[in-house]
Design a protein around this ligand. Sequence first.
Ligand code: G6Q
Length: 549
Amino acid sequence: MKRPELDAAWQALHSHRKEWRKLHLRDLFRQDKRRFERFSLRLNDLLLDYSKNLITAETMKLLLRLARAAELEKAREAMFSGRHINLTEDRAVLHTALRAPADLNLMVDGRNVMPDVRRVLKQMGQFTDKVHKRRWKGHTGKPIRDIVNIGIGGSDLGPAMVCQALTPYARPGLNAHFVSNVDPTHLTEVLKRVNPETTLFVVASKTFTTQETLANAAAARAWLLQNAKDGRAVARHFVAVSTNRDAVVNFGIDPDNMFEFWDWVGGRYSLWSSIGLSIALYLGMEHFEELLSGAHDMDVHFRSAPAAANMPVILALLGIWYNDFWDAQAHAVLPYDQYLARLPAYLQQLDMESNGKGVTRDGKRVKVSTGPILFGEPGTNGQHAFYQLIHQGTKLVPCDFLVAAESHNPIDDQHEMLLANVFAQSEALMRGKTAAEVRAELKAQGLKKKDIDRLTPHRVFPGNRPSNTLLYHRLTPRNLGRLIALYEHKVFVQSVIWDINAFDQWGVELGKQLARAILPEIKTGKPARGHDASTNGLINYCKGLREEP
Ligand code: G6Q
């Protein structure tokens, strides 16, 4: 990366930002009738409309210059070709290989990984087929009706989000459940709804050392054995997805019932690997493969489209524009699709775990602001809750709206109402409402001048608030694959420009260590003394409460 060029590109954007003091999107739309065509992109039926952003042609030119100065293309090739770009863990980052065509050769550390990828996909296909054709039976000979995925973080959020999103494609007669939290309530409530004779537990853990997952898996095994009273039942009801064969065997799961993946698949990028087994079981392998194909479509687009017409690059640059030049602290993802209710939670991990970093790739403190706080809820629910702040608050919150042109569940004109709402929201954020418009509206309602004067400031909307809209025909497995890969690559592009490592997660590792240290102190009778006064106080007060009847 050539420092002077990069510094110059940042500087040019800072100067350009000042020009924006005089600009309003309302005027830009009025002046340029082709603004929508100019600032929108398509990939198959997926449309990205980014025209309601605080950009001009000059803004885009300068943002693209920043991407060039950060040598984005070189970084992109390093990722796709299997270089060890995850420096702190010395690993390749190849989730893209998991959705690549079978005939590709992809060498990682001297080994072509593609035959392994295909082998595990085949194993997944054979296994899901057995379950679906009722040839895989529980210990009393009954077919499987419930899949319980036990995993956390990257081994939970992706599969859980996708299974919910693609419910219309679910295999009849099968339910999917997800247990992640070490809070025993999570497992307890799921176990209440399933039958030990017809339940298959998928223990999903890359390392197979994660405390929450191992505790939940052990409790699920105990629950099964309470009913089955024969250790051999475990082989009929437990399969594992992991990179750690020894730990799987130690836990008591037959290695024949293990689905492998590899250290070059990061946890939060792993739904495309055998971590997607719950998805394949719930939806069928053909739909899982469609999801992979959708992600591959986006990979091809990301790798080949020029930066100015490249969806992940454009989304990433817009994010950087607000994050680093407008001091935006947050980013809202607002799916107008109930099936995508878990998308914001999934993206929270993808974005905040990847780009919530404070040092550069070579270990220096970053000089710029990195990843935003991501949040969101499905529309229209959010409109009746936090949108107020986005419309009239003092913070700038760029938004992504997502919506399908057609619903899987049409009732009367409800989907049309949903569409009307999503388009109205981005329009309102962009246009706002001027004092003159408010006054005219109140006058038409017959209010007196005194009341109009009093109310007007409260009812003015500044507008000029940015949003993207992602619009597609229907939420199919293929479109969902495209959308997820779009966000994955967006996050990657931003990490390149901020010069941070998007693929490690030392913050997660810290949590894993700290909880292990306190656990014995909660269990013993002796008061805790080794921490700060607050932590000692909390542990000891809690122990006191637990001694009360
Ligand atoms: C993801 C993180 C983290 C991880 C979980 C579960 O990128 O590394 O969320 O997925 O901590 O880890 P295991 O799969 O090893 O249980």
